[in-house]
Ligand binder design. Structure first.
Ligand code: ARG
Length: 273
């Protein structure tokens, strides 16, 4: 049996995709030859934002900047735990400018502890926060050295996990936190090295594991408030297993943003008080 589920109010940072485009390819999902429908991307993004608002959450909006077509993926700009902000340092030059935009936003909003990192980390793309740990992906984007930096900054145990499949280049494409008051996650085992899979099995023996189809539909790129799990609507195989655990899956259509290699979680940075 699962524990009783309860939603707790969240604060999210999002950035509208008004300058969204696929002009370069830094992950296998991005094909610059495929046109992007910006008005559709904006409408889908607004739908996600409105879902959060209707569930009682707060959404802060980061002003989009021209020339930064991936800025809609706001999860990558920082990691915030206990009000402490660890900024990002992007792996590819095309996204470099986003880091400063996030830092400036946090500083202007009165966050007291804002750290510009030394080592490459792409925010919550590779950092996932559970009750006991910061799970940290590496292999494609975050430098392994960023794990020690995060552990020192947050004072939380950081568990490094090796990503091995380029389609799951960020941890948040292969693993989602379902209950951050406990240690409940779902993930896609084949995205991880054998040793990391074993670590996940040891730490999270009851985790929900996703099928290849649901992982390919970005079903692990999900956001949970403890009860509602917002995830790409085409990851249908996850709905029943989530319900069986007492969660309420909420399918979201972000098909345009998938052209950039991101979905629900990528668009959502959580500001943990
Ligand atoms: N095009 C972006 C990139 O490759 C997508 C980022 C998706 N964000 C995420 N949190 N996984 O960097």
């Amino acid at each position: 049996m699962h524990p009783p589920r309860r939603a707790t109010p969240r604060r999210y940072l999002m950035c509208p995709p008004v300058h969204f485009d696929v002009t370069y390819s830094i992950n296998p999902w991005m094909d610059p030859a495929k046109p992007v429908d910006v008005p559709l991307a904006v409408a889908q993004w607004e739908d996600l934002r409105d879902r959060y608002l209707s569930l009682g959450h707060t959404v802060d909006v980061l002003a989009p900047r021209p020339g930064l077509p991936d800025m809609v993926f706001a999860a990558n700009g920082a990691t915030v735990v206990d009000g402490r902000v660890l900024g990002a340092r992007f792996a590819f030059p095309q996204r470099e400018g986003e880091a400063a935009a996030h830092l400036a936003w946090f500083r202007s909003r009165g966050f007291a502890e804002v750290r510009e990192p030394v080592h490459v980390n792409e925010g919550e793309g590779d950092f996932a926060v559970t009750a006991s740990y910061v799970l940290a992906g590496r292999g494609f984007r975050a430098s392994p050295l960023s794990h020690g930096e995060a552990q020192e900054f947050f004072g939380l145990p950081v568990v490094g996990l090796d990503l091995v499949d380029p389609r799951h280049y960020h941890l948040d494409t292969a693993l989602a936190v379902l209950d951050d008051a406990a240690d409940e996650i779902m993930y896609y085992p084949p995205a991880f090295s054998p040793g990391s899979r074993e670590v996940l099995r040891r730490l999270f023996p009851d985790a929900l594991t996703a099928s290849g189809d649901d992982a390919a539909a970005f079903g692990l790129n999900a956001v949970s408030d403890g009860l509602h799990v917002l995830l790409p609507q085409s990851a249908t195989g996850l709905y029943d297993p989530l319900r069986a655990r007492g969660f309420e899956p909420v399918g979201i259509d972000l098909s345009e943003l998938l052209k950039g290699g991101g979905s629900v979680k990528c668009c959502t940075q959580e500001l943990r008080p």
